[in-house]
Design a protein around this ligand. Structure first.
Ligand code: NAD
Length: 479
């Protein structure tokens, strides 16, 4: 399969129309594999952002009255159209953000599931009847959409995040203004075309491409925005939280991570090593739930390091369209500098490179470090690259303590046959998600996905978004 080398021109989608930036400006979107030009995208201005919010606000009164059966039909139709455009979406995931085809296929299937699962929400926007102490009073709660939902998505899983957040918001009757990552606008633009073709009313879903640092506040600080769903880095999430506070706009923040995996002495390394590799090297570690810390009980430590290094050194770094390729390019110059710094700083301060550390173009080899200490940046800071540290532990208790020694709290994993320790870990790890005998990387449409501390606020998923993106109203009738 060859990529389509034609340079794409991307527009905003506002009020059901494709439009350029109001001042006609555009920006370059680069293919991270070789920094070649992939697309020219409309460079959103504050005015464009305000227009998108205005379109969503004016569409809301009619959209909230649409019937569940219609929203359900539009969502299921969107999923069908996605299937018909599978190769276009996959090509976009490969050439816009450098996804190896395996990751692109995985993301496509997840995205499809997100849209279908959202269709199931339409008929479940429910309140309840409430007993009343007042004689003759019939009391109930009704669940209502909030209004305009602002969505801001990252570069690394643009299809999963776009489909989940947009579909869930639309399913429960909200309208949407979406600012995708400046490094992945095409994917969201493709989704906007799918939403339009599926029959969603004009103005219900709006997309403005551009730089979040320039126009993000025009979205998150807009008084007509009723909810903000943000996924991205912790530093930007903190800023958005502060901006939202000015208007008391509720928000969910899905942020960075430093997710630990604890491996106890009774674990089966044949099972664990391939999963360990998957949990950090998928998409070259550019996954919020990637495991960037491994704590291994001493009896297994040497063998684990040896086997993990062997697997790491054999991981595919070939053509992105070859199913054996796992390692993706690192998305941008800024990120490459960060990954290089984390490795060089650790090695310079005495860590041992047991695998990787070298680069091939914009791709970093799968990299394993031992002997990592707290003075090294890589120890506690998110790298967002194919780099992980392996530490020996002398007991389960030490593993739990070290796993919890972080300001993040996104995903976590433990490998053991001891059910008591496994559940103790699940109950006591300060993370939003815990996988027993499975990798830290796992997501499904209907689970409460999210983190604590520096990893975020709130949860995503069909049930969680039903709660977050709607509000209960108390209604009584005096009979
Ligand atoms: P980023 O924070 O640089 O950018 C994310 C989005 O925020 C982009 O759309 C960007 O344009 C926008 N943005 C930037 N400044 C803004 C502002 N002032 N106001 C509003 N929006 C603004 O993150 P990234 O590099 O695209 O993604 C990587 C990060 O995302 C990592 O830290 C990763 O852990 C995190 N992430 C978290 C999850 C999760 O579910 N917890 C999932 C994927 C990625």
């Amino acid at each position: 399969m060859d990529s389509n080398t034609e340079i794409k021109t991307l527009q905003h989608f506002i009020g059901g129309r494709w439009v350029d930036a109001e001042d006609g400006a555009a920006f370059d979107v680069l293919n991270p594999l070789d920094d070649s030009l992939y697309a020219r995208a409309a460079k959103g201005t504050s005015g464009d952002m305000r227009n998108a919010v205005a379109a969503a606000k004016s569409a809301f009164p009619e959209y909230r009255e649409t019937l569940p059966k219609d929203r359900e039909r539009w969502l299921l139709r969107a999923a069908e159209i996605m299937e018909g455009r599978k190769s276009e979406l996959i090509d976009c995931l490969i050439d816009e953000i450098g996804s190896p085809i395996q990751k692109a296929m995985f993301e496509f299937e997840k995205g499809l599931t997100m849209v279908r699962a959202a269709a199931g929400m339409c008929r479940n926007v429910r309140g309840e009847t409430i007993p009343s102490d007042a004689p003759g009073k019939f009391s109930m709660s009704i669940r209502e959409p909030l209004g305009v939902v602002a969505i801001i998505t990252p570069f690394n899983v643009p299809l999963i995040k776009t489909t989940r957040l947009a579909a869930n918001a639309l399913a429960v009757g909200n309208t949407v203004a979406h600012l995708p990552s400046e490094m992945a606008p095409h994917l969201t633009v493709l989704f906007a075309g799918i939403v339009a073709e599926a029959g969603f009313p004009a103005g219900s879903y709006n997309v403005v491409s551009g730089y979040g640092r320039e126009i993000g506040d025009d979205l998150t600080g807009h008084k007509d925005v009723d909810f903000v769903a943000f996924t991205g880095s912790t530093v930007v999430g903190q800023h958005i939280n502060e901006v939202c506070a000015r208007n008391k706009t509720p928000n969910t923040l899905e942020l960075g991570g430093k997710s630990p995996t604890v491996i106890l002495a009774d674990a089966d390394l044949d099972q664990v090593v391939p999963l360990a590799a998957r949990s950090i090297f998928m998409f070259a570690g550019q996954a919020c739930i990637g495991s960037s810390r491994f704590y291994v009980e001493r009896p297994l430590y040497d063998e684990f390091v040896k086997r993990f290094a062997m697997v790491a050194s054999r991981i595919g770094m070939g053509d992105l369209r070859d199913p054996d390729t796992v390692i993706a390019p690192i998305i941008s110059d800024r990120q490459r500098t960060r990954v290089k710094h984390h490795i060089a700083d650790a090695v310079g301060k005495g860590a041992t490179l047991v695998a990787g550390g070298e680069w091939d173009g914009n791709r970093c080899q799968p990299t394993l470090l031992t002997g990592v200490t707290e003075e090294m940046t890589v120890c506690k800071t998110e790298t967002f690259g194919p780099v992980t540290s392996i530490y020996p532990i002398d007991s389960y208790e030490e593993g739990l303590e070290k796993a919890n020694d972080t300001e993040y709290g996104l995903s976590s994993a433990i490998f053991t046959k001891d059910i008591d320790k496994a559940f103790h870990f699940a109950r006591n790890i300060g993370a939003g998600m815990c996988h027993i005998n499975g990798p830290t990387i796992h997501d499904e449409a209907h689970v409460p996905f999210g983190g604590n501390g520096e990893s975020g606020v709130g949860r995503e998923g069909t049930d969680a978004d039903m709660e977050a993106m709607t509000e209960l109203k108390w209604v009584t009738v005096q009979l």
